[in-house]
Design a protein around this ligand. Structure first.
Ligand SMILES: [Fe+2]
Ligand SMILES: [Fe+2]
Length: 216
């Protein structure tokens, strides 16, 4: 009896705790509001559509919600800088996957999640960081987050550029398929594209309403 209640507690609250951790980062990083949630949701869909299930699917889902948690360790003046980053500032930002790995790897049970986070900026052709891994040497979860992270970045406004449309984003994915992105992850994304676009529009509507309410 005790175990089943404890199990229910875990199931109901674990995902909430993960989202709170990601929200703590977003309170510090002004430009990524909602980013972790959207990348978490899209990565779950994509991993499932690629046939993953059970603990492998859960690990990718959690890693996606927490993929940028290492930005907690980056100074705010760099994280929130408007305009172009200087080379040493860019090098500082690029430390976030390793910082995230160190935070998560403190817990033995989160080792696999830590590794997915460590490699989320690797690229299919080996030109990414931190280790320059390529092809299937990159953990599958990291390759999935590589695609969904890029989709959310491309379709979001940044201080220095407008958001691209979902059509333009798809073109961008196709151009970089087999270069930056795992080709199978890109092909599988096509089946989910409409659902993601609709969800994104709902998210935009909700965040506008929250902003309006805050001014009342
Ligand atoms: Fe990142
Ligand atoms: Fe990200």
């Amino acid at each position: 009896m005790f175990h089943s209640i404890q199990g229910m507690f875990r199931l109901n609250h674990f995902h909430d705790i993960i989202e709170c951790l990601a929200a703590a980062l977003e309170a510090k990083d002004l430009y990524t509001s909602g980013h972790s949630t959207r990348v978490g949701d899209m990565s779950f869909d994509l991993a499932r559509a690629m046939g993953l299930k059970g603990s492998e699917l859960d690990n990718i889902h959690i890693a996606a919600h927490l993929h940028d948690i290492g930005k907690m360790g980056i100074p705010e003046n760099i994280l929130n800088k408007r305009g172009k980053l200087l080379p040493h500032e860019w090098a500082e930002i690029q430390r976030h996957p390793e910082i995230g790995y160190k935070i998560l790897a403190k817990s033995k049970g989160l080792q696999k999640i830590a590794e997915i986070v460590l490699h989320h900026h690797e690229r299919w052709d080996g030109s990414g960081y931190p280790h320059g891994l390529r092809w299937d040497r990159i953990p599958l979860g990291s390759r999935i987050i590589g695609v969904t992270d890029a989709i959310d970045a491309i379709t979001s406004v940044r201080p220095y550029r407008k958001a691209m449309s979902w059509e333009e984003c798809w073109e961008e994915l196709l151009t970089n398929k087999g270069i930056q992105f795992d080709p199978v992850a890109v092909e599988t994304s096509e089946k989910l594209w409409k659902r993601w676009e609709v969800r994104w529009q709902e998210f935009q509507k909700d965040s506008k309403e929250v902003k309006l309410r805050a001014f009342r």
